[in-house]
Write a protein that binds this ligand. Structure first.
Ligand code: ADP
Ligand code: MG
Length: 429
């Protein structure tokens, strides 16, 4: 049995030297110190070895993070290190798994890790940084000056282009010299907070001060790097990292709360079923909370959500089943026959009854030109041209569709889904 999906914290900035690695590694130590029962794992996609320098025990090397991108579940790669933190060994040669940065999100879902996973990234927006951004539940962006703030725009763009909101991204003023005044009464931190909020970014109340003592933890002559918690407890940074960790723990625990977006009586829904829940109707973009509409699930991205019954009717308008959409059963959209060259962009619509028996199939030609294409893009974050052997299932049922997320509803849906998928696959080959 796989464990829970980990809560993923990505520390990212396109600028080097803003404190990413210092924050990522120390955050791991502080989180563990605040809650020793919480599994905390750290990995770096950078080709430096700071993670290893802090966490490797003795000369133990640990299994390489590179294997994460060979499809090895992260839980099999994590070694227990110093301070009770698990780590994946850094690697100077990472190779992408395919070219879809959303792949990591799924891989971490199957990673077997639970608790918190911290990802440190390189100061460039490459495949690995993008992967880490998309997979994150919380993105921390250290900013120390105007250039690093301006650069945040490309991180924000990456999230937006993937259909994600900026609500998981937090700027963290870092390496702040409290004595420095840009203008009378205007310190660097005040400037950063002001300029960030002006651009619509969230900024943490917490910040990390510049401290010679903290700097010396890295630049000592041994190849070990020591945490602030054990070696710089007298600094302001100690208190600041402590506060930052509290913030992170609050976010982590908030996502463990039952279904905060869906208040209407789904209190028994575990976090892993909420994690990939879309909160807007993929057709009209309005917020949905599981009290009305139809439940859907995209098989590849494993995303679930709800869409208005009227919106679904609108999608089906030009098709034969518009008139006779049943109240019960499953509607499947499949692109299994779509040619990658785009010549053959046919989508199939399959209708199944409540027992999972097929009742009709209809083909929708020129799928790219239909409203289905945009709906699917909203659901899956993939361009219609990239859809190949994809299956989007819509559960047709009266009553609140949030029921599909409850323990009962989800296992009932799982059975029906497996049956329906077997039948669809048998048909499309
Ligand atoms: N709070 C701090 N006070 C003083 N120096 C710091 C602080 N945080 C980081 N540094 C130093 O700044 C440099 C860059 O930090 P690092 O965490 O490696 O940044 P990044 O990972 O963004 O490149 C390192 O030499 C580090 O020791
Ligand atoms: Mg770094």
């Amino acid at each position: 049995m796989a464990g829970d999906y980990p809560f993923v914290i990505t520390v990212a900035s396109e600028k080097g030297g803003v404190g990413k690695t210092t924050i990522a590694t120390n955050l791991a130590v502080y989180l563990k110190a605040l809650d020793e029962d919480l599994p905390v794992t750290i990995a770096s996609f950078d080709n430096h070895f700071s993670v290893d320098s802090m966490f490797a025990i003795g000369s133990q090397r640990g299994k390489s993070v590179a294997d994460l991108f060979n499809g090895v579940p992260a839980a099999q790669l994590a070694s227990l290190g110093e301070y009770g933190v698990q780590f994946l060994a850094s690697d100077s040669a990472l190779a992408p798994f395919g070219d879809d940065p959303a792949w990591l999100t799924g891989a971490l879902g199957r990673s077997g890790l639970s608790g918190i996973l911290i990802l440190d990234t390189r100061p460039i927006l490459d495949y690995f940084t993008r992967s880490a951004l998309l997979a994150a539940d919380l993105v921390l962006v250290p900013v120390k000056d105007r250039p690093s703030l301006v650069n945040t725009a490309s991180l924000a763009r990456t999230l937006k282009e993937a259909g994600q909101g900026l609500d998981k991204m937090w700027l963290l003023p870092s390496l702040i010299d409290g004595r420095l005044r840009l203008r009378e009464n205007l310190g660097v931190r005040e400037f950063l907070v002001f300029a960030a909020e002006e651009r619509g970014y969230q900024v943490l109340d917490q910040f990390i001060a510049k401290s010679p003592k903290v700097e010396s933890l890295v630049t000592n002559l041994s190849n070990r790097v020591y945490p602030v918690l054990t070696h710089a407890r007298t600094t302001l940074v100690h208190r600041q990292l402590h506060e930052l960790s509290r913030f992170v723990l609050d976010r982590f625990r908030a996502t463990k709360l039952p279904l905060n977006q869906c208040q209407a009586g789904f209190a028994d829904v575990p976090a892993r079923r909420v994690r990939r829940l879309l909160t807007a109707c993929p057709v009209c973009g309005e917020a949905m909370n599981g009290t009305d509409g139809q439940f859907f699930q995209d098989i590849r991205s494993r995303r679930r959500g709800f869409m208005h019954r009227d919106c679904l009717q609108g999608l089906l308008e030009q098709t034969g089943i518009a008139e006779e959409l049943p109240d019960q059963g499953v509607l499947v959209m499949s692109t299994a026959t779509t040619g990658l060259d785009g010549d053959d962009s046919t989508m199939l619509l399959h209708l199944y009854d409540v027992d999972g028996d097929e009742s009709s199939v209809e083909s929708v030609p020129d799928f790219f030109d239909t409203p289905f294409a945009e709906c699917w893009r909203q659901v899956s974050d993939r361009l219609p041209e990239e859809l190949y052997r994809e299956f989007l299932l819509v559960g047709l049922e009266g009553g609140p569709p949030g029921r599909f997320l409850s323990a009962d509803g989800s296992s009932r849906w799982g059975q029906l889904r497996r049956r329906v998928l077997r039948s669809v696959l048998a048909r499309v080959g």
